[in-house]
Write a new protein. Structure first.
Length: 396
């Protein structure tokens, strides 16, 4: 008989073996240290039959910055089952156990990278993040003038603090992005070989930008750019362009902000594509709303009904929100519908997550029947919400 449970560290070797099989690690021993680092910093769950791990889910605790408000978030990854156990409910049991445990630990949110969007919608997750990929022939890379500062190639250890400080200071990474801890920086940037680093220093020697990139044959792949000033961005762009004689193509992929950079490029002769990326869900809607950074200067009384959240049924029901001009909300769950004294906004947990995160507009969700409400009350509620598309540069 299989049971879902939280795993002790004794299961990490079994977890690695399952992940290696399910994800077809080409050189398993090269991946072991990185996997064990992740597992040791995570809460691990699995379905176990007679001491043997048959299915697993890893949930890594992070903190995210959402428009100045910190939320706890569990990044879900390494979801896997052995083929002979698939279709027997192991993942279903494990995800049910995981969501209850996250709620018991007062975790606000969960993100994951799906192998199937429909599959994870069953568990209340919905698309929240997108990525945009640029592919440019090296001859079409923008040319910039000289800067007063300079670029310096660095080792990871030399540049680590600069990456951390600049990333944290960039407003774009305050729209749902991870607040990176030291171990996560090491995992992301230093535990996979091949990454190269450079930083931009202004005339006073102050670091204002960084570049992470790698080489794949004749292609230069830009993994991450961070900058605090336009001058730093020009310095980074110029440094990349100085490699145009070495590479045939430059590729740059980043989180999609809702706009693209084509107006900054000299020519339209390049490939640009947008793809769906990570999903997310609110673990506890009442707790999330109490912390939510509503827009200042907007206030109102609202009733929100979560109509469907079968794997987190504590969210289902009606909530009374009283939002002040200061952007704070009092939230009360209404157990008796007769006490509802106004129009109700009805939504599943997926659609309300997209709305509250700024990924989808209220008018769009209402048009397609994902949210049901009187247009006047929905517009008033929408005016209280953040309206920047969420951004995420990390992957679990």
């Amino acid at each position: 008989m299989s049971i879902a449970k939280k795993l002790t560290d004794d299961f990490i070797p079994q977890m690695f073996d399952l992940a290696s099989y399910a994800f077809n690690f080409q050189n398993p021993e090269d991946s072991r240290a990185r996997f064990e680092c992740m597992a040791e910093h995570s809460w691990n769950y699995g379905d176990v039959a007679d001491g043997t791990l048959t299915s697993q889910v890893m949930a890594t605790p992070f903190t995210i910055d959402f428009h100045g408000q910190d939320y706890s978030m569990a990044g879900v990854g390494f979801v896997a089952s052995y083929p002979e156990y698939r279709g027997q409910g192991g993942i279903n049991r494990t995800m049910t156990y995981l969501l209850k445990d996250l709620n018991d630990q007062a975790i606000d949110l969960s993100y994951l990278a799906p192998f199937s969007y429909p599959f994870y919608r069953r568990y209340g997750f919905e698309l929240l993040f997108e990525r945009i990929l640029y592919k440019l022939p090296s001859s079409e890379w923008p040319r910039v003038g000289k800067t007063i500062g300079k670029m310096k190639r660095m080792s990871y250890e030399e540049i680590k603090n600069s990456i951390s400080q600049i990333y944290q200071a960039m407003p774009i990474y305050q729209c749902g992005a991870v607040k990176r801890e030291d171990w996560w920086l090491d995992y992301k940037f230093n535990m996979k070989p091949g990454k190269k680093f450079a930083q931009y220093e202004n005339a006073e020697g102050i670091v204002e930008g960084y570049l992470v990139y790698r080489v794949d044959g004749a292609v230069c792949i830009i993994e991450e750019i961070g900058y605090l000033t336009p001058e730093a961005l020009r310095g980074i762009v110029g440094f990349i362009g100085s490699h145009s004689g070495v590479f045939q193509e430059f590729q740059y992929e980043s989180s999609y902000t809702g706009s693209n950079l084509n107006y900054l490029l000299p020519s339209a002769r390049f490939s640009m594509s947008i793809r769906p990326d990570m999903m997310g869900r609110i673990v506890n809607i009442e707790r999330f709303l109490k912390k939510y950074p509503f827009k200042k200067g907007h206030s109102g009384e609202f009733y929100l009904k979560i109509t469907e959240d079968p794997f987190a049924q504590w969210n289902e029901g009606i909530y009374h929100l009283s939002i002040s001009d200061e952007g704070k909300a009092k939230v009360e769950k209404i157990n008796d519908e007769e006490k509802v004294n106004g129009p109700v906004i009805e939504s599943t947990i997926q659609s309300i997550t997209q709305l509250l995160f700024g990924y989808k507009k209220a008018s769009e969700l209402a048009f397609y029947g994902r949210i049901i409400a009187e247009s006047s009350i929905l517009n008033q509620f929408s005016d209280c919400l953040v309206d920047q598309q969420p951004i995420l540069e990390d992957y679990f």
